[in-house]
Design a protein around this ligand. Sequence first.
Ligand code: ADP
Ligand code: MG
Length: 618
Amino acid sequence: MALLQISEPGLSAAPHQHRLAVGIDLGTTNSLVATVKSGSAECLPDTEGHVSLPSVVRYAEDGQTAVGHAALAMQKRDPQNTVSSAKRLIGRKMDDIDTTHMPYRFAASEKIIELHTKQGIKTPIDVSADILRVLKNRAEHALSGELVGAVITVPAYFDDAQRQATKDAARLAGLNVLRLLNEPTAAAIAYGLDNAAEGTFVVYDLGGGTFDVSVLQLSKGLFQVKATGGNSALGGDDFDHRLFCHVLESLDLSLTDDRDIQLLFSLVRQAKEELSRLPESRIQTVLQDGTRIDFRVTRTEFHALTQHLAAKTLEPVKQALKDAGVSKADIKGVIMVGGATRMLHIQQAVAAFFGQPPLNNLNPEQVVALGAAMQANVLAGNKNSSEWLLLDVTPLSLGLETYGGLTEKIIPRNSTLPTARAQEFTTFKDGQTAMTIHVVQGERELVADCRSLAKFTLRGIPPMVAGAARIRVTFQVDADGLLSVSAREQTTGVQARIEVKPSYGLDDETITRMLKDSMANAKDDAAVRARTEAVVEAEGLVAAVQAALEMDGDLLEQSERDMIAHAADALLQSASNDAADVIRRNIQALSQATDSFAAKRMNRNIQRMLSGQNINDM
Ligand code: ADP
Ligand code: MG
């Protein structure tokens, strides 16, 4: 696979001028901003010395908007107007999410998630923009200058809609996005460059709400993402949730008050985090109705309660290794990222799986921001970008619908980004002047089993016989994973294009399901594909024979015409009833039946040509 260099043209700076650029880890739970100062990356603290900003925004009645710790502190008292985990909602629709434990008042909108707050309707894009604005101000204050731009990280599995929504949030916050960067890739930059290591590495990122795994290959100072996988609905939150349920079950409690739920959730989270340091933790509080809670939980109990979650993270790990075509034994190191990897049973599960202790010498909560800052520094032109390369991959194959409802894959899954591939197609019918391009995503052979992304029509194709037009379709995926598709008729140059920004996204359970389905159905799909291809060929052949009979049927005896008509009928019959191999035999039969007819037509055409008529005029 060819390496592609990602560099932003027009961004090379004068040698002595340092351009201020930052990396931002816009996390589900916490967000950070980092920059490169005198050659090394560091996270920037707020005026109180906090490096991580809770990804929480409160829209208060008085028109004041609180972001971070201040908002988090008010969450228990004002849960409906205090938005956390907006990253779980960004770029999604109501249908995509589970609102069970969310205290918000959702608006009725189908297209985009909207929350009613004291300051009116807020979307997850607004919430993210408010977080980004605080980080931008923090950085400009700390660095005493205006930012050239920012690299913002997103989970590897974010789809087009989620990436686009993140970019929109940055634009709202007045940030110039140099690039979106996959979080595991950012972490690998932070580690890979410092260590200048060679070999295959795994990045294991367990954050608050998402799990991402990447397989990276580092060699000669270059690194390449070989595969990515994960689960955007698995993270530290799920460990909180399990412990929360355990507390309720053990105390035989059922909470109805939103404030109680929020309060107990945050106490449970504190207990979980404490258990990474201490063998036992205690949850003490008083509920709204005066009920006292005093609950002890040991690390051993907590591990037993959540061991299945730790095991669940290993499924996407196995899949990513498989996709990358490597085995556990090939892995030279495992990089731990995300606050939740501080849990000891996570460290143990990963160590046991890979048969080696994971790398965790960088702060797991900060590595993503640090790597993003290093990338921002390169993109801003402060460093020679030819020093290293950086590659991301597509999670699912991209392709288009061809005749008969089949998919033709143009960009296979796990292709490195940015990428562009073109393929030529032709018309199926004589005189066809328009062609509809249906862009699909997925691994299955049939369009019906893939996800439809977009449709557009190329018009103005000059009328030609079937198969004569040459239409070049180009798929291009940019460094942020956004797809554009263009189609161009080669002889006339007429073209049409579309940018694909799907209105809703695929979560990775859907991606995983689509991958599993494609593997489970590979045999059936191949049979269906073979049959459909045979049917398409049969119909094309019969149409061509009929057209030839109309034009040059007079060359044949009646008995010859009958024989050909009979073979054509048999083929059509077969095409609607039989399996691929039988259809193929009938195609063969019709071809043979028309052999001498074809020879006679050829002679006639030569005579026509010699008498000054062009075959193309026929
Ligand atoms: P995100 O990238 O989703 O914002 P982070 O990397 O900041 O997430 O990780 C947040 C998660 O890490 C939360 O679930 C938090 O409870 C958990 N976490 C933080 N510190 C610890 C700790 N000491 N032990 C266990 N979990 C922790
Ligand atoms: Mg994270």
